[in-house]
Write a protein that binds this ligand. Sequence first.
Ligand SMILES: N[C@@H](CCC(=O)N[C@@H](CS)C(=O)NCC(=O)O)C(=O)O
Length: 216
Amino acid sequence: MILYGSSMSPYVRKVIAYAAEKGIELDVQPTGLGDPNPEFRKASPFGKMPGFVDGDYYLADSSAIIHYLEAKHPQPELIPADPKLRGKCIWFEEFADTILSGCGAKMFFNRVVAPIFLQKPGDLEAADAAEREELPKVMDYIESIAPGGDGYLVGDGLSLADIAVASPFANLQHMKVELDSNRWPKAVAFTQRILSRPSFAPWVARESAFLEKTAA
Ligand SMILES: N[C@@H](CCC(=O)N[C@@H](CS)C(=O)NCC(=O)O)C(=O)O
């Protein structure tokens, strides 16, 4: 199975970590923004990453890909079958993909993607405004739902919810955004704990090394 995209994208990273937690092997083909690769374009008609291919089956969108994989490889269960847990799991993923990543994207695109990958200046005021005005509300919400200790967002074990919510925090880490662990102790500890899992950590380390090298 091939995954097209860059792990620098929170959506691509979410699928990579999800597959690793499942023990599913993905051939991750590095793909840039606007990449003309026809196989990627066939998988993702609007050119957004990730794109995915399994034999003659082509699919776009991180959530669609994950639902496909969950149906194909039900164990270990990462989207709970219990109705109430499943509802919450999908809500947390949706929150992460839209509200959290929407805020993170304004920061990451303008501070990192535009100057480094597109060689054009980003809108730094828009990035600063998102950090100042949107991020604290998002963090307050995550603090209100984050489990203490070794817990998880939904039920007793790791689920897609934890993976989805943690993934965009790697982008905040790359931008060296300082999250106040006095104000958001549970949110900071929880997201760091999930990002330190072997399903995430080597990818985030590679992204960091790449960005440090590029900056130098
Ligand atoms: N809902 C999609 C969002 C994918 C997405 O927006 N990816 C961004 C990178 S983080 C992208 O490819 N943007 C390029 C574009 O919009 O043309 C998913 O979950 O896969």
